[in-house]
Design a protein around this ligand. Structure first.
Ligand code: NAD
Length: 328
């Protein structure tokens, strides 16, 4: 009998095709709207979870109650990162491996980081506005600068940070330095020069870009004290998590011209309200948490999710299992 895979939310065709060749896919959204989050355990679509051998979820919740019911699940796969919609302790207690796909959008975020840096330094937003407002001839007011030769300070040198380092150094001839106390210079093989303290990075960088995961150490890693150390021309980029920057302190620094600008894809409170004061500031570029969202990243994530299911169904442990439960 072919195994059944429950896919309650949209997934790119390339991943679906991988699964359909050897599995029966339960796809409630194919003929209608995507199913977002059916919390009622009696909902007819949610019932399909209990007949599946594997499930791929985006925001669909998998609760302890779901897992306490008779089910056939051999693996739960998170399409993306952020596992808060899955009851991990319950999955572990029931011996179900939980896999995720952290690399699908790495390149998308790294490219978006470069786009934000370029947007700031070339003054794309105010120049575009001038054109739209019929002020074409003011173009000399929008003379920007170049990334070539500038110092980029990366806070966090993991998957995304190290890819940004390569793009900035090899693609744009920037000098890249990085602060990440969990990466040793012996183990790191890339163009960034590791610095021992955050302060060393802050005082010399022309751009500071955040690529940390959010934890007790990185929450407000850029606070008022840290922001006071950067050069007044320094531009801050955040595509990691909003709370890595103290947004109030950032606003204050921007409002008092103690910073050259900021580009943010993530915010302490999301969604950012339409008329939030930060939207009014000059030298600020904002995007609505889309750094990781591209057609290609959705396809890569779908492929990785499908591969994790296929691996688990033949008894192989998927590449990224978060709860350490072996596949049986
Ligand atoms: P990763 O786990 O590979 O890298 C995180 C790095 O931060 C690690 O190298 C870690 O050592 C480092 N770090 C931890 N604590 C630190 C500290 N105190 N000081 C300096 N460095 C520290 O993660 P990743 O895949 O590179 O993702 C980076 C961030 O990007 C995460 O916050 C992730 O949630 C975010 N992200 C955002 C989007 C988006 O759409 N904006 C998409 C994907 C990922």
């Amino acid at each position: 009998m072919r195994p059944k895979v429950f896919i309650p939310e949209y997934m790119a065709d390339v991943g679906m095709a991988m699964l359909k060749s050897s599995c029966d896919c339960i796809i409630p959204w194919e003929k209608g709207k995507p199913v977002m989050n059916i919390t009622d355990p009696a909902h007819p679509i949610r019932q399909r979870l209990y007949e599946a051998d594997a499930v791929i979820v985006r925001v669909f919740t998998i609760t302890g109650k779901d897992l306490a019911r008779p089910n056939r699940l051999k693996v739960i796969v998170k399409h993306g990162v952020g596992l808060d919609n899955i009851d991990l302790p319950a999955a572990t207690a029931h011996g179900i491996p939980v896999a995720y796909t952290p690399t699908g959008n790495t390149n998308a975020v790294a490219e978006h980081t470069m786009a934000l840096m370029l947007s700031l330094i070339r003054r794309i937003k105010p120049a575009g506005r001038a054109l739209l407002e019929g002020r074409f001839n003011e173009r000399n007011d929008y003379c920007g600068d170049e990334l070539d030769g500038k110092i980029l300070g990366l806070i966090g040198l993991g998957r995304i940070g190290s890819l940004v380092a390569k793009k900035a150094a090899y693609g744009f001839d920037m000098r890249v330095i990085a602060y990440d106390p969990y990466v040793s210079s012996d183990a790191y093989d890339g163009p960034a020069q590791l610095v021992a303290t955050l302060e060393e990075l802050l005082v010399i960088s022309d751009f500071v870009s955040l690529h940390v995961d959010l934890n007790d150490e990185t929450r407000h890693i850029l606070d008022a004290r840290a922001l006071n150390k950067v050069k007044p021309t320094c531009r801050i980029i955040n595509t990691s998590r909003g709370a890595a920057i103290d947004q109030t302190a950032l606003m204050a620094a921007l409002q008092s011209d103690r910073l050259g600008g900021a580009a943010l894809d993530v915010f302490e409170d999301e969604p950012l309200p339409a008329h939030h004061p930060i939207t009014e500031l000059p030298h600020v570029v904002l995007t609505p948490h889309i750094a990781g969202l591209t057609t290609t990243s959705m396809e890569r994530t779908a492929q990785a999710s499908a591969q994790a299911v296929l691996d688990a169904l033949v008894g192989k442990t998927p590449e990224y299992v978060v709860n350490g439960v072996p596949v049986c």
